[in-house]
Design a protein around this ligand. Sequence first.
Ligand code: ZN
Length: 60
Amino acid sequence: MKSDIRVCSAWHDVHDRPVYTLSETCPECGADSENTAPAPFDPTDPHGEYRRALKYRNRE
Ligand SMILES: [Zn+2]
């Protein structure tokens, strides 16, 4: 499911809490906003290598 709700990309630095918006930029500070939807697949998943290793071992 795709979410249209976005959050200020700079809120960590600029705001006390996440600033959510539906626009491309933060309504409070003007910084770019970013999609809040989690990525379906994270290529940098730190556990991915471990899972692949397990799968490989189970096949033997
Ligand atoms: Zn902001």
